[in-house]
Design a protein around this ligand. Structure first.
Ligand code: NAP
Length: 510
């Protein structure tokens, strides 16, 4: 399938009439193919109008037809074959093997949502029958179901060009809920976005749905994305990226005449707590796994372990020196964009400039587009005194914190911002201390895991990929797993509805 740099507006493919920009081959920094162009205001309006128009019929599609639609998207993505893998790898600098794995996850995610829709539980159908004899007043007949919110604007992420982008978790869950989607493509992988967008556009046509069920727009700046979020026809937003970008969109959404939910996943340093018995008995072994997790994908994971919490005692020095030693063998890796690489270098330089922080190890140095992994250390009291030490450095950088005692560890945990994950590295002998921390960890993060690292998020009905602010803008939700569908639904109650006008969803389900 040719990459033509075209916007997909409903069923149409058109060249954007706005500013041009180019895809970049990330490992060399050279331009890839011909230009992409921003959508103009008129093109954004056409996408919004066709999305709103499509909502009327798409929300009424049967669960079966919607499930088949998601399965067609999955098939069409696979049919893109190596062209998709090659392009995504070139635009992101991520190895082809990683892209293949991500494609499998994307396709699996679409199929999981298809199964979820068929099963239909997300509708939350509830029946509370009338009781005319109830005293002092008769009880009405009540039914409840979830309905889709309306058109959703999705901002694909730079670090998952497939699984969190055009046909990623946000799009799959919004389409599953019955919401049309307008994707604002990430400017770091426009060719990949176009290919996947065409796979969705084809599935819309194969399903004979209204063409406005899906649109894909490019933007050389922020105007298109901001215009989408400001428009009254958009009813929710899915976003993964920087805190600054997420907050900018949240601000626009909150200033609208009708504010809307923005589900923004933004920033998390994913604390790892290594408990005393575990660090004393197997510190060097934990260090090896920690460095593997830290350097995976150049550290460009939202679940990257950016903070390691220990309590001074046996094994802490051995853990730190083993981690530093493993790090010396970590190759520098190409980062997703020049901007992300610059931000990583600025973040590590700022950390290094702190008098309370020591550099304990570095990976192998690389080219200007590559990130060199780095490990810092500090004390619990320094972390408590300097909130900048808990700022996310997106990439392979982490800070080992040595707390004076368990009391200081608890104070450090209480001082942290909201997180996606907390990992507990523990032995049986650590159970009592670990258990005492659980209530405060539940306040801190969306996922707590034992004896593992958080990179590698299982797509499952029981997964939570979310957490209190600033990990996400709404800690009641998840962007991974089937529960993600609830972000794009709203309950409606039907009181005393006669059968003639009762929605079909209730029939046969009492
Ligand atoms: P980003 O700059 O926030 O961009 C994400 C998306 O939002 C892009 O489509 C971007 O447009 C758009 N955008 C950004 N700011 C905007 C604004 N003010 N108004 C309207 N749209 C806006 O994120 P990124 O490019 O993926 O990476 C930059 C930084 O984000 C990283 O260094 C890292 O700190 C963080 N990050 C975090 C995670 C995580 O999961 N926690 C994941 C990825 C990145 P363009 O395409 O035009 O840039």
């Amino acid at each position: 399938m040719a990459i033509r740099g075209e916007l997909l507006i409903g069923g149409e493919s058109v060249i954007g009439a706005g500013r041009p920009f180019f895809a970049v081959e990330q490992t060399t920094g050279t331009t890839l193919g011909s230009a992409f162009h921003s959508a103009t205001g008129e093109q954004v309006e056409r996408a919004l109008a066709s999305s709103w128009e499509a909502f009327r019929s798409y929300r009424e599609t049967t669960l079966h037809d919607r499930a088949v639609f998601l399965e067609r998207i999955a098939t069409n993505i696979l049919d893109l074959g190596n062209e998709l893998v090659d392009r995504a790898s070139a635009e992101t600098g991520l190895p082809k093997g990683r892209i293949e794995g991500e494609r499998a996850r994307t396709v699996g995610q679409l199929r999981l949502f298809a199964a979820e829709i068929r099963e239909g539980r997300f509708q939350e159908l509830r029946f509370d029958p009338a009781d005319p004899e109830r005293k002092p007043s008769a009880k009405p007949d009540l039914k409840l179901r979830n309905v889709p919110l309306g058109p959703v604007s999705v901002f694909g992420s730079s670090n998952f060009p497939l699984a969190f982008s055009v046909a990623g978790g946000d799009t799959a869950s919004a389409l599953a809920a019955g919401c049309p989607v307008i994707v604002k493509a990430h400017s770091a992988h426009p060719g990949t976005s176009e290919l996947v967008g065409r796979a969705i556009q084809k599935a819309v046509a194969e399903s004979a749905f209204a063409p406005g069920v899906f649109s894909l727009l490019f933007d050389a700046g922020f105007e298109v994305g901001q215009a989408l979020v400001a428009d009254g026809r958009i009813r929710a937003v899915g976003f993964t990226g920087s805190r600054r970008g997420g907050l900018a969109l949240l601000d626009i959404a909150n200033r609208r005449r009708q504010p809307i939910p923005v589900y923004a996943e933004m920033s998390s340093i994913n604390p790892v707590i290594i408990f005393p018995s575990a660090i004393a008995s197997r510190g060097p072994e934990i260090a090896k796994d920690f460095i593997s997790s830290l350097t995976l994908g150049a550290g460009q994971f939202c679940t990257n372990p950016g903070l390691v919490l220990t309590v001074e005692g046996p094994g802490v020095a051995e853990f730190t020196s083993a981690a530093a030693s493993h790090l010396t063998r970590a190759a520098a890796q190409t980062m997703l964009t020049a901007g992300i690489c610059d931000a990583f270098k600025r973040g590590t330089a700022k950390m290094e400039s702190k008098t309370s922080v020591e550099v304990v190890g570095r990976g192998i140095a690389g080219t200007p587009l590559e990130g060199q992994a780095v490990l810092f250390s500090t004390t619990g009291s320094a972390l408590l005194g300097d909130p900048e030490l808990q700022e996310e450095i997106f990439g392979a950088a982490s800070l080992v914190v040595k707390c004076a005692d368990q009391g200081e560890l608890a104070r450090v945990l209480d001082s942290l911002e909201g997180q996606l994950t907390v990992a507990l590295l523990m032995d049986d002998a650590d159970a009592a201390i670990a258990q005492a921390l659980i209530p405060r960890l539940e306040l801190l993060a969306g996922r707590l895991l034992v004896n593992g690292f958080a990179t590698g998020v299982e797509v499952s009905p029981a997964m939570v990929h979310g957490g209190p602010f600033p990990a996400t803008s709404d800690g009641r939700s998840t962007s991974v797993g089937t529960m993600a569908i609830y972000r794009f639904l709203r309950p409606v109650c039907y009181q005393d509805f006669p059968p003639a006008i009762t929605p079909a969803a209730f029939r046969g389900n009492e």
